[in-house]
Design a protein around this ligand. Structure first.
Ligand code: UDP
Length: 410
């Protein structure tokens, strides 16, 4: 019913010294020494696709190398389960909830099934997002510390779904949110952890310019003309159709191209329909490249981001928006919506440009295309902002500090 994930390829901690400096890595080791051999279990609902899987794929091996006995489990469910959890997701972001009342029982039934298969015995258990929230039932004897790590913006949740989830969340020892604005009034402690990227992962590592060029050419993208790119799952909340509209407004003034690249996540059943909508809207324009990428496309995504003139993230709602972090790290000028965690990353006119509409996004893109020196400066500042706040090593440090605090070692 559930899958224990193989621990992904290890990048050694010492490799981070070149990016972060020796003291940062030494600090991690010092903190982890006090947790050597302690058991940690991470649980989420997909191994690939989406930001949570992206983070766990790197965080888990780092904590393992630091000496923690960590395991990562992915729950499983039928398509009915993932339709419900996707409806939860949309509703928690403020949308309506149109599933029948029995959906809550179906949801709990799948959690129960996963509970039957999973070994839940870590000293520190971190449950990611709503899909596995009811696994907290496993903590019958109150041994161990249970944390609910919420990656979603819960500031305006649909009341029906939140009323169902809240009693489950309340049973945890604490929650982690990605931004102060995302949190709810709860009876348990709340912690702030910014999400993060791994600068050494395939998705973010430096690439040779020739390789970037070859990838663009493979997708028939012209490296000689401006390239606007949005990387995202094909999801309505990422507003790919809005991106096409913004591009069309820019296209009146600049001979640019648009790349919409994404794939599906195994816990997202809506992708196909959204992809079809986007294809229809883009029909007939050979400068729009819609790339439906398989999950093993990290290097291609890296190259597409690096090859872009401007990276767009025109989400209508967003968790944190790791695609923005990735673009800023690659020193790309970014135009993004002021939603979710994006304003923590894109500080308007300092690390990028924020927009609130199709017209606003088009305006900011035109501004940056007309002012390349300003675009370069924003991009450089964006890179430094990510280095300071949003790298995987900061995230690992936050987890270690939290575990020490929970264990009463501080
Ligand atoms: N991503 C990917 N393949 C795709 C689309 C996205 O690997 O086809 C990655 C993207 O590079 C980023 C993550 O998935 O690392 C998306 O995280 P984000 O927080 O932007 O959005 P989410 O999908 O979690 O809503």
């Amino acid at each position: 019913m559930s899958t224990t994930m193989p621990i992904p390829r290890l990048i050694h901690l010492d490799d981070y010294i070149s990016v972060l400096g020796e003291p940062e890595v030494a600090e991690l080791r010092a903190l982890a020494a006090r947790l050597h051999g302690r058991t940690v279990q991470m649980v989420n609902s997909t191994a690939v696709g989406g930001g949570v899987a992206e983070i766990l794929n790197r965080l888990v091996p780092i904590l393992q190398e630091l000496g923690l006995a960590i395991r990562w489990d992915v729950i499983r469910g039928g398509s009915d389960f993932f339709e419900i959890t996707k409806a939860f997701h949309n509703a928690l972001h403020g949308g309506s909830y149109d599933m029948p009342p029995e959906s809550f029982d179906v949801f709990l039934g799948y959690n129960e099934q996963n509970l039957g298969r999973l070994q839940m015995e870590g000293e520190f258990t971190v449950i990611h997002d709503p899909q596995p929230v009811a696994l907290i039932k496993a903590r019958a004897d109150r041994w161990g510390h249970w944390i609910w790590r919420c990656h979603i913006d819960l500031s305006r949740p649909n009341p029906t779904v939140w009323k169902f989830l809240e009693p489950w969340v309340d049973r945890y020892d604490g929650t982690i949110f990605s931004s102060p604005e995302f949190s709810r009034q709860l009876s348990i402690p709340q912690y702030l952890f910014y999400p993060c990227i791994d600068p050494l992962a395939e998705k973010n590592r430096e690439l040779e310019p020739e390789f970037v060029r070859a990838v663009l050419e493979r997708f028939q993208i012209d490296p000689g003309r401006p390239i606007l790119t949005q990387i995202s799952r094909f999801d309505r909340l990422k507003d790919p159709v809005g991106v096409v509209r913004a591009y069309r407004l820019v296209k009146r003034y600049f001979d640019c191209q648009l790349v919409l690249a994404g794939g599906g996540a195994s816990d997202d059943p809506e992708g196909e329909a959204v992809l079809a909508e986007v294809r229809e809207v883009a029909q007939g324009d050979t400068d729009i490249h819609i790339l439906n990428l398989p999950p093993w496309s990290a290097t291609e995504i890296n190259a597409l981001q690096r090859g872009s003139t401007i990276v767009i993230q025109k989400s209508l709602r967003e968790g944190f928006g790791l695609t923005v972090t990735e673009a800023l790290w690659k020193r790309k000028p970014v135009v993004a919506s002021a939603v979710g965690g994006i304003p923590a990353q894109v500080i308007h006119k300092h690390t990028g440009m924020l927009a609130h509409s199709v017209e606003g996004a088009a305006y900011q893109i035109r501004f940056l295309l007309s002012n390349p020196a300003i675009a370069t400066k924003l991009a450089e500042q964006g890179h430094e902002h990510v280095r300071e706040h949003f790298l995987i090593t900061s995230n690992a440090k936050r987890y270690l500090t939290l575990f020490l605090h929970l264990a009463g070692s501080f």
